[in-house]
Design a protein around this ligand. Structure first.
Ligand SMILES: *Cc1c(COP(=O)(O)O)cnc(C)c1O
Length: 382
């Protein structure tokens, strides 16, 4: 393996529901779900059935052709995003690819070359390919690869900074409704609605990266619904197909007219296998009321964390089942290592933050076990 990843935490072999087992047979409660990816947990029968059927029917044909699962998914995404008939869907294979498409969309909103600026946020994470990395606002992961793409400016997530930055030379404002990789950090009150007003006023696109917050993770299909706004484009990936690699950029209204034939493409993207898996996941989220489950379980997990009354916990952030736990000292790695040892997978998003993102199917038994194991981890890390 290339040296770009940290040494693996352990070697995992199989999974079922909210649990995974390592090669030595040790069982772990999976409260990370592959970083908010395994929406239905592991080995969910709906995904197994859909993928099994599709893999023996048609796996790949290239984008010279359409396939029924692809069009079904595009229709579904237009419906659940609220983009409706005026919406358009571009498929990719990863979050970064959806953001590359978003970057190109921003470039196309150039008003005859007058709009060249793209506003993003400090500490934002949008992926690691060069376009997505140019939007990413974390110096440590940008620095080795500079120079990055021109025109991107990173501002603090405040209404004042946004008001100061925006004018008619801005092509797009891009941000995550909750900063996931930064440790599940909520944006300040009023920021999202003001961003919508200002971008509309100045003809800039509002592009939301819901790669981590989307597809039910925060208790609604998309986090933007909770702020009463619609973006011009939304990027979707992680949780959409239960672990199969696929992403999408969905455009709304006039923004749907920007991409023209030949502007973008991908060989694998939107293939029938990945889109069939996504259809199965989205349909299960609806039929099993998993949006409500994410909302309710999220509250319960917050209550559990608070009721532990640990001196290590400073605050609890996020929405639904995307939860950030701010620690009182930089011991997140120690807490997550102790959790792993106890049989619980959680994530040290940074030195001071624990990130929790269990499968959306999480239930009473898993919550009770989480309470027990997380208490052990906090105790061990003290
Ligand atoms: C994970 C993530 C990405 C990048 O997705 P990849 O599939 O790793 O390329 C981009 N934006 C956000 C908000 C993410 O959480």
């Amino acid at each position: 393996m290339m040296g770009s990843y940290a040494p693996p935490l352990t070697m995992l072999e199989r999974g079922e529901g909210c649990y995974v087992w390592d090669v030595d047979g040790k069982r772990y409660l999976d409260f990370l779900a592959g970083i908010a990816v395994n929406s239905l947990g592991h080995g969910h029968p709906a995904i197994v059935a859909a993928v099994t059927k599709q893999v023996s029917t048609l796996v790949h044909v290239s984008n010279y052709f359409a396939t029924p699962p692809q069009l079904e998914l595009a229709e579904r995404l237009k419906r659940i995003t609220g983009a409706g008939d005026a919406g358009r869907v571009y498929f990719g294979n990863s979050g970064a690819e959806a953001m590359e498409a978003a970057f190109k969309l921003a470039r196309l909103n150039n008003d005859g070359g007058r709009r060249t600026r793209i506003i993003a946020l400090t500490n934002a994470f949008h992926g690691r390919t060069m376009g997505a990395l140019s939007l990413t606002g974390k110096a440590a992961i940008r620095a080795p690869f500079e120079p990055l793409l021109a025109g991107v400016e990173h501002i603090e997530a405040t209404v004042e900074a946004l008001e100061k930055a925006i004018d008619d030379t801005v092509a797009a404002v891009v941000f995550e409704p909750i900063k996931g990789e930064a440790g599940v950090v909520d944006l300040p009150e009023g920021f999202i609605t003001r961003a919508r007003e200002l971008t509309s006023e100045h003809g800039a696109l509002l592009i939301l990266d819901e790669i981590q917050t989307g597809v039910g993770r925060t208790g609604t299909w998309f986090a933007f619904e909770q702020f009463g706004i619609q973006p011009d484009a939304v990027a979707i990936a992680k949780g959409i197909a239960g672990g199969l690699p696929i992403s999408a950029l969905v455009t709304f209204g006039e923004a749907s007219k920007l991409f023209q034939r030949g502007h973008h493409g991908s060989t694998f993207a939107g293939n029938p296998l990945a889109t069939a898996a996504a259809n199965a996941v989205l349909s299960e989220i609806e039929s099993a009321s998993l949006l409500d489950n994410a909302k309710a379980r999220g509250e319960q997990i917050r209550d559990i964390v608070r009721s532990l009354n640990s001196p290590l916990v400073a605050e609890v952030r996020g929405r639904g089942l995307l939860i950030g736990i701010g620690l009182t000292s930089p011991i997140a790695a120690k807490v997550s290592a102790a959790a792993l040892e106890a049989g619980l997978i959680i994530n040290a998003a940074n030195e001071n933050s624990i990130r929790i993102a269990p499968p959306l199917v999480v239930g009473d038994d898993e919550l009770a076990e989480f309470a027990r194991l997380f208490a052990i981890a906090l105790e061990a890390a003290q």
